[in-house]
Design a protein around this ligand. Structure first.
Ligand code: IPE
Ligand code: MG
Length: 233
């Protein structure tokens, strides 16, 4: 989700106003994705690098996050939205951590639709945390490095038990990955749109999904392997 600051600047408003509108766009996207048949939506809400912003902005973002979680708890329970997180959530303010824990606990039985918030998330810290946990498991004899496979190692990522993303959308015209799900997006389709996050609507999401559905995912194979000539008659 990118472009909150530019959205505000274009209107002569403070950056935090852009973030406030960004939260509205989060609500819209959460339900739009479900209506469009998405089973899991991950939102990159706060990166490990976002701590480097001015401390007033970081404070305001944490305040908005807390307010958002307070407001959404009952809504998620009512609408059967499962909440999960990825990232070093132990680095977030204690109030935010408590709300996250409560919401995750109260929505853990819901299976139809999951919203994943990437908070204090970065792919490189994720790999480091996974490598540390894996090394500890080697120490106890639970893992044998010589037998490691991607399936056995990826269980140590924050995304253990989550499917890899099919589609990664970046708003605001930037064409960077910015340390987001680097391993998990190995075969994801990417979609870049100039729309600023606060302006991102259900129809923008539908357009991204329509674009995705026209692509051919080959996973290293050839087009002919995937669609043998005989089956096109
Ligand atoms: C994304 O919008 C929101 C967060 C990272 C929390 P930005 O704040 O990065 O918006 P721009 O890039 O300044 O427009
Ligand atoms: Mg930005």
């Amino acid at each position: 989700m990118d472009g909150n600051g530019r959205w505000a600047k274009q209107r002569g408003l403070p950056r935090i106003e852009g973030h406030r509108r960004g939260v509205e766009a989060v609500r819209t996207a959460t339900y739009a994705a479900r209506d469009l048949g998405v089973k899991m939506l991950t939102l990159y809400a706060f990166s490990a690098e976002n701590w480097n912003r001015p401390k007033e902005e970081v404070g305001a973002l944490m305040g908005l996050l807390e307010l958002y979680l307070k407001k959404e708890l009952e809504t998620f329970v009512r609408d059967r939205v499962r909440l999960r997180t990825i990232g070093r959530t132990e680095g977030l303010p204690p109030g935010v951590q408590r709300l996250l824990a409560a919401t995750i606990e109260r929505t853990r039985e819901f299976t139809d639709y999951t919203l994943v918030l990437a908070l204090n998330y970065g792919s490189r810290s994720e790999i480091l945390d996974a490598a540390r946990a894996y090394a500890a498991a080697v120490g106890t004899g639970a893992e044998r490095p010589g037998e490691a496979t991607w399936a056995s190692f990826s269980k140590y990522l924050y995304t253990a038990s989550m499917p890899d993303p099919d589609l990664v959308i970046r708003t605001s015209g930037e064409t960077r990955v910015s340390n987001f799900l680097l391993m998990q997006a190995a075969y994801a389709e990417f979609y870049f749109t100039p729309v600023l996050w606060p302006d991102f609507t259900k129809s923008d999401l539908a357009a991204a999904i329509a674009d995705y559905s026209r692509r051919e995912r080959r996973y290293g194979q050839t087009s002919e392997q995937l669609r043998p000539a005989s089956s096109t008659t």
